[in-house]
Design a protein around this ligand. Structure first.
Ligand code: TXA
Ligand code: MG
Length: 339
């Protein structure tokens, strides 16, 4: 199969027919990768089991790992789920469209293939104008995991998508780099209090300011144990290189690089601005951004991991962000990549 790259320019007259072409592919049961404000998604018609099955094949994703359904209005959330509580309504008002996914009891119409046979569905309203137009023109909810091969870092550019999935999907809508760079926050609304299944674009603190306390799962759980978010298996978001995390202190970063250079032929690093690194031709530095500027660091995290992998780094050194705000999402992804 030939994968078409549909390059968007941001000009409505130019982009509209291309997004409509992508929507026609979705309606016909095909697969289209598209940008969201978080990462690129791999979309199919969520009401078409055959189409959704193809997502699992293309990604190499196990059938027990359910997908997120993308819709364009709060009404669509109510249509495809049951028991929208007061808390759910408050979250919809505060954060949607945006990088928040809610796990809710599902309605019949959503394919069991999407939910891996569960009676709940993960659902969100993306904010990216291209994602919203695609859903609208398709006239159907779109099931979409991140558009990477299973276990790999999520794609933040169309090149990343094609690197993993060229020849296995009908098209990718290319709108450049995604603005946030880490995936949505996933909140399970079927527990009391709600449970944070995956930290992401909407910080836990912002959610708690609206609905009060939420429960947090512990650190990554070993592979194979039963998990509330089945896809959050421990090693995930991982480049081929070994990821080595260090405490977020410039001196410790420097020392960790020295150590790594004594053990690995080529060493990469996600380097915070102006942090010192040894002078060694075997070192590959990705200039990450200012430490503490979590928006920038989030946007560039997967980009950096993939760039260093391309430079054949055998190990990638990275300081570990703290457990607060948006940094919590970066910390989570890095801990999983380092397993
Ligand atoms: O930002 C995002 O959320 C991106 C964009 C494309 O929307 N999507 C994304 O999807 O990250 P994915 O498939 O890579 O991650 C979805 C996670 C998986 O870990 C899956 O196990 C979990 O959501 N999940 C899906 N449905 C669930 C359900 N009913 N209950 C619990 N967890 C669920
Ligand atoms: Mg994913």
């Amino acid at each position: 199969m030939l994968t078409q790259r549909l390059v968007l320019t941001g000009d409505e007259a130019h982009d509209k027919p291309l997004i409509q072409q992508a929507a026609a592919i979705i309606r016909a049961g095909g697969l289209v990768a598209f940008p969201t404000e978080t990462v690129y998604g791999l979309g199919a018609d969520a009401l078409n089991s055959e189409a959704v099955r193809r997502i699992f094949t293309a990604k190499g994703r196990p059938a027990w790992d359910p997908l997120i359904v993308h819709v364009d209005t709060p009404d669509a959330i109510r249509r495809y789920t049951r028991d929208c509580s007061v808390l759910t309504e408050q979250l919809i008002r505060a954060f949607m469209p945006g990088p928040l996914t809610l796990v809710l009891p599902k309605q019949e119409a959503i394919s069991d293939v999407v939910t891996a046979g569960r009676d709940t569905v993960a659902i969100r309203i993306p904010q990216h104008p291209v994602a919203r137009a695609l859903i609208r023109y398709s006239g159907t909810p779109i099931a979409a995991p991140s558009a990477n091969k299973f276990g790999r870092p999520s794609p933040t550019t169309a090149d990343h998508v094609l690197h993993d999935l060229n020849g296995e999907i009908e098209a990718v809508l290319d709108a450049g780099q995604t603005p946030m760079g880490v995936e949505s926050t996933i909140l399970d609304m079927t527990t009391q209090p709600p449970t944070l299944l995956r930290p992401g674009g909407v910080p836990k603190e912002a959610i708690e300011a609206i609905i009060g306390r939420v429960r947090v799962l512990g650190e990554p759980i070993p592979e194979g144990e039963s998990l509330p978010a089945p896809g959050l298996s421990a090693r995930h978001y991982a480049p081929q290189a070994k990821v080595l995390l260090c405490a977020p202190e410039p001196d410790i970063f420097y020392g960790t690089l020295k150590d790594a250079l004594s053990q690995y032929a080529i060493v990469g690093a996600l380097r915070p601005d102006s942090w010192r690194a040894p002078d060694d031709p075997r070192l590959r530095l990705f200039e990450w951004g200012a430490w503490g500027d979590w928006e920038t660091l989030a946007q560039r995290l997967f980009l950096g991991l993939r760039a260093l992998e391309k430079e054949q780094a055998h190990a990638i050194v990275c300081p570990l962000p703290p457990e607060e705000g948006l940094a919590r999402a970066l910390r989570d992804r890095l801990l999983r990549a380092a397993r």
